[in-house]
Design a protein around this ligand. Sequence first.
Ligand code: IPM
Ligand code: MG
Length: 362
Amino acid sequence: MKTYTIALLPGDGVGPEVTRAAAEVLQAVGERFDHRFVFDTQLIGGSAIDAVGEPLTQETLVACRQASAVFLGAVGGPKWERGPRRPEQGLLELRKALGLFANIRPVRIYDALIDCSPLRRGIVADVDLVVFRELTGGLYFGERHRSADAASDQCVYAVTEVERIARAAFAAARTRRGKVTSVDKANVLETSRLWREVVTRVHAEEFPDVRLEHALVDSTAMQLIRQPRSYDIILTENMFGDILSDEASVLGGSIGLAPSASLGAKAPGLFEPVHGSAPDIAGRDICNPVGAILSAALLLRYGLRLLDEANAVEAAVERVIDRGARTSDLGGDLGCRAMAELIADEVAKSVTDTHHVQMHWG
Ligand code: IPM
Ligand code: MG
């Protein structure tokens, strides 16, 4: 039996509830597939500020570095909005410290949930796209300045930062439908002009078999609503990816369903649902654990390379949704715990299915 240490960072708001749900499903995977998962729970975000005055502690960072993979719930909330340190800084520092430059956010539509989408069936049916968001550069990591009557945030991209995320997106496209849409604002921004040049060169030199199109971010925000089926992989910089991935996640009916993986060259990957801390519904057992549970599936697939196990979790989620299980974001009345239990029970019963294509990483 193999042992894997998973650093669990529950964080704030609904973070602890969805982290518990994901851990419960991982536990079921361990029992079904004969692995031992050891969970090492650590502070992050607002709860870390409350406990020790810092959103990311040295102890948390060391635990993450030593773990096989990191699972994070969510950070942030109104309680910390005015403080000198913000919960979000903890997550940004952690991504940077672990070198997690590629944030992968798949969007798929469950047939059984099509009518929960804010868009018509004819538009969202069969949508299957993945956002590759650059995660450790750009505006979120540039210098910030504030004076009495002005403020500035600097946006910097190095050629090597663009190259490595572009390579990751092109390699993934080869295992999918072979298309990359690179999104920028090259009609205005210098960083975007560099982005476009580098992506074009990496494509020509290393991935000429992949179809590449360039698009402006404003137009992409519109096309994601008009014809989301036209996308396979969306490759973009940090802030545009933050915004477009929230927009894309709702196509499937609820942001509560959306998972994400943040990967680097060698450090353990970090896996977290796309939804935030949702302080308005925290602590009431009504949030949707599916985004977190699907993030646990990504942890199995990309973090631990346990493919059958990842497939088993995704299949379990689909079966439970097919049978009509719904949390309140999808018009149902199941609680977070009850939904997680149904999925964990399905995992326990699962038979292996190895007919799944592994999206390339590393
Ligand atoms: C996300 C979140 C974070 C981000 C925040 C909490 C720092 O919005 O993961 O999308 O902007 O990356
Ligand atoms: Mg975001």
